[in-house]
Design a protein around this ligand. Structure first.
Ligand code: TYD
Length: 214
């Protein structure tokens, strides 16, 4: 019997929007239902991708050119997809990924101003493996930056100024408009419990619609 492809779910949003908390809550719920879940993150997720992550986020790498940055995110993603995400989906797992290629389109495409080339290199990187659902944690740039700043040890990207984060936010608005079929907007200013319940409702609705298609 052929294994049914798993479900690829990504979480996106500005720094400090609460993605990581929500992704863990969804993981726990799905595990308690007996689902096979792979939780991963970008940049990272495999040893090679984590090595690239260290290069990308180290505040000491002040000289990093924007094109280099975009290619490194894409390279990290290519390895992550080939080694971990695609095999997990082929084995029927639910993959939950904290950030994916929309982060590159928002941060490098809009934040750094590299434009549509970022989408092109990322389509090459992922070789057709694209998310089924994307939860976008909507938090206006300023609020996200404030939340992020409350944490110590800001990474290289988080140290960027307000105009960078505003451009990133604008990027997300454009992507969400373009990819409305897979985008779910979440008001990240709600309580953790309200957000978790909404995410679960959307997930269940997706699974139901997918079953109906068969
Ligand atoms: P992450 O560790 O997920 O930070 P956060 O907890 O704030 O979500 O991501 C690290 C940084 O990398 C974050 O500021 C966003 C940035 N980033 C990009 O610029 N492009 C990308 O493709 C990805 C995946 C992340």
């Amino acid at each position: 019997m052929e294994t049914k492809r798993g479900i690829f779910i990504t979480f996106e949003g500005p720094d400090g929007s609460g993605k990581t908390t929500q992704i863990r809550l969804l993981e726990n719920e799905l595990l308690s239902r007996g689902e096979r879940v792979v939780l991963t993150r970008e940049p990272g997720g495999t040893p090679i991708s984590e090595a690239i992550r260290r290069l990308l986020l180290d505040p000491a790498n002040k000289e990093m050119d924007a094109v280099t940055e975009a290619l490194l995110y894409a390279a990290s993603r290519a390895q992550h997809v080939a080694e971990k995400i695609r095999p997990a989906l082929e084995a029927g797992a639910i993959v939950l990924c904290d950030r994916f290629m929309d982060s590159s389109i928002a941060y490098q495409g809009y934040g750094r101003g590299l434009g549509d080339d970022v989408r092109v290199i990322n389509e090459f990187a992922v070789q057709g493996t694209l998310p089924d659902i994307t939860f976008f944690m909507n938090l206006p740039a300023a609020a996200g930056k404030r939340r992020a700043e409350e944490r110590a040890d800001l990474d290289r990207l988080e140290r960027e100024g307000t105009s960078f984060h505003e451009a990133v936010y604008e990027g997300y608005l454009q992507i969400a408009r373009r990819c409305a079929d897979r985008y779910v907007w979440i008001d990240a200013s709600q309580s953790i419990e309200e957000i978790a319940a909404r995410i679960l409702r959307e997930y269940d609705a997706y699974v139901l619609a997918r079953t109906d298609d068969k």
